[in-house]
Every structure is written in C-alpha cells, then in structure tokens.
Design a binder for this molecule. Structure first.
Ligand code: SF4
Length: 285
C-alpha cells in the first residue's frame, strides 16, 4: 500500500502513519484473526493487488489515534497483566494469529481495546456485535491452543470501548465515555466449527482465479426502499422495503408519491480501498 499526503498533514503525523502501516504483518502465521473473520475476497485482493492500493494519510488518522491509545495503555499494565500477547494455532493447515491487547491472569480475562464511535457502542450494547464476538472467541481459542503459552483457562471476554466522540448528550442515552462490554463465551465446538468454516472459505478463495463477491453483510449493504412522500412534507410519511406495500399505500392515499431509494453497498462505495479504486472485480470501473 502506498500512503500519500494530499491533505498536507504535518510531517511527523504523516511519517507516523506510514510507519504504523508498515508494521502490519501476520508474522509467522498465514492469516490474522481479523482477516480470517473478514471477507475472503478482501484477503485475496490484499494478496494480489495490495501494492496498488493508494490511501491518503488523512483517511488513516483514526487508526493512528487508536494505536496511540494502545501504546500508552501498554505502559500501564499491572500485576498479572499481559499485553500484546501473540497467539497462533493451526486450523486445517492454516496458521491463524491473534494479537491480544490485554490478558488478565489469574482471572482468565481477555480484553480488547476499541477506539470507536458512540453510535457503534450504542448499537453493540443494544443488539450485540457479531464481529466482536467472533474475534474474542477466536482469540480465546488461539490462546488455549498455542503450546508456547500457558494462559488457560479463559473465563471472560470483554471489549473495552473508548468512545472517541463521547459528549454529555451521549450520557442521556446511558453511555459512559468508556464502556466495558461483556462478550458471550462460545462452546469449544462452536468456535472450532466457525474457524474451520472460515479457513475453508479462505482456502477456497485463494485457490480461485476470482473468488466470490463479498456477502451483503460484508459489503454493509442497505436494501432498496420505497419512501412515501407527501407534498409539503420534508420527511417521508413512511418507508417500505416491499414495493407492493408502497403501491398498496398509494392506492389508499392517491395524493402521496413513491420515491425509490436504491440500496447501496456502503463499504464498497466509501470504505473498501479496492472498491474506491475499482480494483475489485465486482465494482464497475
Ligand atoms: S469493493 Fe465491496 S465486494 Fe469488493 S472487496 Fe471491497 S467490500 Fe468486497
């Protein structure tokens, strides 16, 4: 990946972002836990077209801020605290690695720091966050399987979420500046089945000329909707996903109009570097 400085960031900031990006490596493993959980097509694209990706340093500032917070916290580990532990395990021939932010022993707690938005944390508290659950359960598995380490058993999984945009208005939603969110522990069989399936998908992707498209969940796809609009009103009266329901409404209220709002693949459009640069085979050039 090449990092540009189109936004003219001060030189130390730009250099820190470049240096931090170069540190990204899976070490002796074949794949990181983060890559394994994510779309196989994205890992395939990094492997084949990673050197063609160009990102501006300003787009990586949040990554840098998160890493600053991690580095400072590393320096304040207490008794029984193990920071930045690398755990590796082989699953069906693929070596998977994870970097654990903090392991508290003898409690057996894995904590992962997230430097993220209040909206993300609010949603995670309400509805759970599958990526976090998958990540921490895979970490636990790797830690317990890695013969170099003797930190088992793991009894608790926690996300320590630092809300980077927290303000007093978020207190009204019951959010604190830092939220410690407990993550459910999966049964061993469930973690193993999940890992084996992910490894199978990634191995299949690597063997293909072009892997299948990312799933709607991986593309952060939003569905096409049909909004009922009424003259004189700024906002929609109602929004339907089903076209037939919108038509039925309009038959009942003929003065209303229907506005089709096409769904989007938000990640492809705005976040995935392969989508933004049209390197992805599923994004029209
Ligand atoms: S552009 Fe979309 S489909 Fe292509 S790799 Fe990125 S997220 Fe997946």
């Amino acid at each position: 990946m090449q990092i540009t400085n189109e936004s003219n960031l001060p030189e130390p900031l730009y250099q820190a972002i470049v240096a931090q990006q170069q540190q990204h490596s899976v070490g002796e493993a074949d794949i990181s836990c983060t890559q394994l959980i994510d779309a196989p097509l994205i890992a395939w694209l990094w492997r084949n077209y990673g050197d063609q990706v160009v990102e501006d340093a300003a787009d990586r500032l949040w990554v840098l801020y998160g890493s600053i917070a991690h580095s400072i916290l590393e320096g304040y580990a207490g008794l029984g605290h193990h920071v930045e532990t690398e755990a590796i395990a082989t699953v069906d021939g693929m070596r998977v690695s994870g970097h654990l932010d903090l392991l508290v022993m003898p409690d057996g707690t894995i904590q992962d720091y997230k430097f993220t938005s209040a909206w993300t944390v609010g949603e995670a508290k309400k509805n759970g966050k599958p990526e976090w659950e998958r990540q921490l359960n895979v970490y636990r598995y790797l830690l317990e399987q890695d013969a170099r380490l003797s930190f088992s058993p793991v009894k608790r999984l926690e996300i320590v979420a630092m809300l980077r945009d927290w303000g007093p208005r978020h207190a009204q939603d019951g959010l604190k500046p830092v939220e410690v969110i407990s993550v459910p522990l999966w049964e061993q069989e469930r973690v193993e089945a999940y890992l084996r399936e992910r490894v199978r998908l990634h191995q299949a992707a690597f063997a293909k000329e072009i892997p299948p498209q990312c799933s709607p969940e991986e593309r952060w796809a939003t569905p096409t909707t049909h909004a009922i609009v009424r003259p004189g009103r700024k906002t929609a009266v109602k929004v339907f996903q089903d076209e037939a329901e919108a038509t039925a409404w309009q038959q009942q209220y003929p003065a209303d109009g229907v506005e089709v709002r096409p769904g989007e693949n938000k990640r492809c459009l705005n976040y995935c570097p392969f989508g933004k640069q049209k390197l992805c085979p599923y994004v029209a050039g």
